[in-house]
Design a protein around this ligand. Structure first.
Ligand SMILES: Nc1ncnc2c1ncn2[C@@H]1O[C@H](COP(=O)(O)OP(=O)(O)O)[C@@H](O)[C@H]1O
Ligand SMILES: [Mg+2]
Length: 868
């Protein structure tokens, strides 16, 4: 038995797309066979059947209706699969033999732009290239046409950039060295790695590919000079050319950027500072972005996110953003009108992407043109605008009047979703279409009139004219009236209690009507495609408009947040000062109105702030607040403070307390150390370092020694502005030896053994950790508390108490000699254990057990002392 011809065709196509699930178009369905069917039926939760295929007998099969394919495709792609979409290339009715079919598009996670794309986030396809010394990364958003490249000196830099971009798919060549490491990192990130080629192409052919696509003679104006970036960009472009087979005219420009153009924040710090999502549930609500986002458009939402992820370093550019926000903050009416108008604008970038790639329908076109039609009104809002940035933006908006008018005149108000069923084009737009419609409606009228006329002529009151798909138009007469039927009627169909007839005249009109209707649908489709193609003439202007509207949206969003939360404009400078008066943590404050504002101050003489205070005092909040305010200022936002002057920060490093991220399962002390090593290596004089309880992950003496050495190193060598919080209050003595270090503390008030957190940061230091007070407030049983108090007292008064103070006596810190010998006084086992106990990480029950143990040991120790 031979393969059926259709299955033969299927296997030939399938062979060309071994890595993809082949969607094989069969009439109104896409069918899948064999292993594809097994996988797809599981992922899509659809029935698995089988089909006779020839020699191997029956093969597994499943299918989805073509009109509902989008949601199935989305599900497969979001689960990491690729789909090769195979269509019928000719009308089956006219085909001789097997219908001609071919794959028209390969849908992959990074290129799928239909379905429920999150409007607030870009969907990047990332490609990597390399040459001897550097790594190139290209990121392409197929839904908007944004295309960028960057060079990355190290693997760490790559990891950071990938964490920021969160691509839907990463392309590499099979000869990439770090493929396995990348794959495992990608799976942590929830994305897929595709080996798009066996090996890297030559630089010459990569350049050629780009030059040809962009229709230019040199790539220099794009800033694209690095070979690694060119190779990466070409890999991305080639991939979409191969898989999409459609027009890519919305990919118009490519931009090379440099990491040091922006305030750099590593991935851990982004996460720790909860810039765009919270640590707890990964949601935007509760993050800084959640506070700042009042955008009204998709373009604005995506741009705001990228502002936050890439704050600026250039003072002039930052200030012009502040100007724009300030203008919109002051002009309430302008801001509100702008927001309203923006609310009526659809996602121009995504609509454009769909339309030029041939995936957009008439509603998309209508939405695009309707949105562009709002531009004159928006321009009108800014006629008297004097802020240079806003004025320039509004000036550059292009209303594209001809195009919007064309669409308004051509497309009906509520067009069909499908393209081949008519209901797209208005009357009066095309004379041939009008004529066909007249013919059709003339025929329909004649048929409608026929009913009345025939009832009269035959005397059959219940005579009806109807239509069905199989027999077309007919005249229906009930059996009771059969004797009245004229001879000229021809019987066509017999029902239970009626007969259906036709007449030659009726059939004549029917041919006219149906022929016209068919042709109308075809013509509407053709006219629509013609208009949709016109979008390609305006790709540049539409993208420019989208970018401008996005920017305006971001500024109104920042202004709206500033009004809502009482932000002020920060003053920017290029020195290493940082002075914030009455600053507030934007997110914590939004959750709970009773926030206590605090100052922060750095300058040449005050470089390191050493912050002490008991648990729950507000140390972490204060540290994060400073970092967040700097980021906000440099992204162009106003900030929650009374007044602020900010010397530009080039990089922010954070190391946030060990007990805050126990969930990751890694040795926290190891992570702590490697992150600290990273920042000691890379921080500059212009950086901001946040070290929250460094050294907490190890034993007290280790921790304290490391903490001190790190502080000394930052003081002597790195010289970055640094906030260092610690519960080792002994470290505050460093103030006497390190010239640019100052001690601050978070104030608490103690009353009757209870402590009250004032959340107020002031000069000076805390000399106690109040751990037992906290334990008491957390509900530890009274006998335990009492016992710990007396143990503590013993420890403090006994000669064996910890002698950390000796650490700080003799060293000359402000020299380049920064090693110090740590001399640790002998302590009893019990004291060591007590000192090592992290009260944050014990439950009351565990504490009780520990105390019981200690009591046992203590009584032994006391006993042995007595024996001495
Ligand atoms: N300035 C402040 N005003 C009001 N509440 C604050 C302030 N700073 C911190 N808090 C609250 O105090 C609690 C402890 O803060 P946190 O910064 O984690 O303390 P620490 O790091 O010192 O243990 C948090 O719930 C926080 O919301
Ligand atoms: Mg803390």
């Amino acid at each position: 038995m031979k393969l059926t011809p259709m299955m033969q065709q299927y296997y030939e196509l399938k062979e060309q797309y071994p890595d993809s699930i082949l969607f094989f178009r069969l009439g109104d369905f896409y069918e899948m066979f064999g292993d594809d069917a097994k996988v797809a039926s599981k992922v899509l939760e659809i029935a698995l059947t089988s089909r006779e295929a020839g020699p191997q007998g029956r093969v597994p099969m499943c299918g989805v209706p073509h009109h509902a394919a989008e949601s199935y495709l989305e599900k497969l792609v979001r689960s990491g699969y690729r789909v090769a979409l195979c269509e019928q290339l000719e009308d089956p009715k006219q085909a001789k033999g097997v219908v001609k079919r071919d794959v028209v598009r390969v849908i992959t996670p990074g290129t799928f732009i239909e379905g429920n794309l999150d409007a607030e986030e870009n969907q990047f396809l990332v490609a990597l290239g390399w040459e001897t010394k550097s790594l190139g990364l290209a990121s392409l958003d197929m839904s908007t046409g944004e295309f960028m490249t960057v060079s990355l000196p190290t693997w760490a830099g790559l990891v950071n950039e990938l964490t920021r971009l969160r691509p839907a798919e990463i392309l590499v060549t099979s000869d990439w060295k770090e493929k396995d490491a990348l794959k495992s990192f990608a799976s942590d990130l929830g994305t897929v790695v595709t080996e798009a080629r066996d090996k890297q192409e030559s630089l010459a052919s990569a350049s050629q590919n780009l030059l040809k696509h962009f229709e230019v003679v040199t790539l220099t104006p794009f800033g694209l000079t690095s070979s690694a970036e060119i190779l990466a960009a070409s890999l991305a472009l080639e991939y979409v050319q191969d898989t999409q087979r459609g027009v890519l005219s919305h990919i118009r420009v490519i931009k090379s950027y440099k990491l040091d153009q922006y305030l750099q924040i590593d991935g851990h710090s982004r996460d720790n500072l909860e810039l765009t999502k919270t640590i707890r549930d990964g949601k935007k609500a509760g993050s800084l972005l959640g506070i700042l986002d009042y955008t009204a458009t998709g373009m604005g939402a995506r741009l705001l996110r990228s502002y936050l992820e890439k704050p600026l370093l250039d003072r002039k550019m930052i200030e012009s953003r502040h100007d724009a926000v300030g203008a919109l903050l002051e002009k309430t009416a302008l801001r509100l009108d702008l927001r309203d108008l923006l609310g009526e604008i659809y996602d121009l970038e995504r609509l454009l992407g769909r339309l030029v790639t041939g995936n957009g329908n008439a509603r998309d076109l209508k939405a695009l043109a309707g949105s562009l039609a709002k531009i004159p009104e928006i321009k009108g809002l800014f006629v008297q605008e004097t802020t240079p940035l806003l004025a320039a933006l509004a000036e550059d908006l292009d209303p594209l009047t001809d195009f919007t008018q064309l669409v308004a005149q051509a497309i009906v108000d509520e067009p069909a979703i499908t393209l081949r069923d008519g209901n797209l084009i208005r009357d009066g737009y095309n004379s041939e279409l009008d004529k066909l419609r007249q013919a059709s409606s003339g025929g329909k009228n004649w048929i409608r009139d026929l009913e009345v006329a025939e009832r009269e002529r035959t005397g059959i009151k219940s005579l009806k004219v109807g239509f069905n798909r199989v027999f077309g138009y007919y005249i229906e007469v009930t059996n009771a009236n059969a004797h009245l039927v004229p001879e000229t009627y021809q019987r066509k169909q017999t029902l239970a209690n009626a007969e259906r007839y036709i007449t030659p005249e009726l059939k004549e009109q029917e041919v006219l009507v149906l022929g016209a209707d068919e042709r109308i649908k075809e013509l509407e489709y053709e006219l629509f495609i013609e208009i949709r193609r016109r979008v390609e003439d305006h790709v540049g202007s539409i993208q420019e408009n989208a970018h401008i509207l996005g920017s305006l949206d971001v500024f109104q969003s920042l202004a709206t947040a500033a009004v809502k939360y009482h932000f002020v404009r920060p003053q920017m400078s290029e020195d290493v000062s940082l002075s914030i008066k009455q600053g507030r943590h934007p997110v914590v404050e939004a959750l709970d109105g009773r926030f206590v504002p605090n100052d922060v101050f750095f300058d040449e003489d005050q470089q390191i702030i050493l912050l002490t205070g008991p648990n729950m005092a507000g140390k972490s909040t204060y540290l994060r607040q400073v970092a967040l305010l700097v980021i906000m200022a440099q992204m162009g936002s106003f900030i929650p403070a009374q007044e602020a002057k900010i010397g530009l920060v080039d990089r922010i490093f954070t190391r946030i307390g060990a007990s805050d991220d126990l969930s990751t399962g890694q040795s926290t002390f190891m992570v702590e150390c490697s992150e600290t090593a990273e920042l000691l290596l890379h921080a500059t004089e212009r950086s901001l370092i946040i070290l929250d309880e460094l050294g907490r992950g190890t034993s007290t003496f280790d921790g304290m020694a490391i903490a001190q050495a790190v502080i000394e190193h930052i003081h002597a060598r790195v010289r970055a502005r640094t906030l260092f919080s610690t519960h080792f209050h002994e470290l505050t003595k460093l103030e006497y030896s390190l010239k640019r270090l100052v001690s601050y503390r978070v104030e608490v008030e103690e009353k009757d053994g209870d402590i009250y957190f004032l959340h107020r940061v002031s000069r000076g230091s805390t000399d106690r950790s109040y751990g037992i007070n906290v334990a008491r407030m957390a509900g530890m049983p009274h006998p335990v508390i009492k016992r710990s108090l007396s143990l503590l007292e013993k420890l403090e008064t006994s000669g064996n108490g910890p002698k950390q103070l000796d650490l700080f006596k003799t060293l000359d810190y402000d020299t380049t000699q920064i090693e110090s010998t740590v001399e640790i006084a002998a302590t009893s086992e019990l004291e060591k254990e007590l000192l090592n106990l992290d009260l944050n990480n014990v439950t009351p029950l565990e504490a009780l057990q520990i105390l019981a143990l200690w009591q046992q040991k203590a009584s032994k120790e006391v006993g042995s002392h007595d024996a001495d």
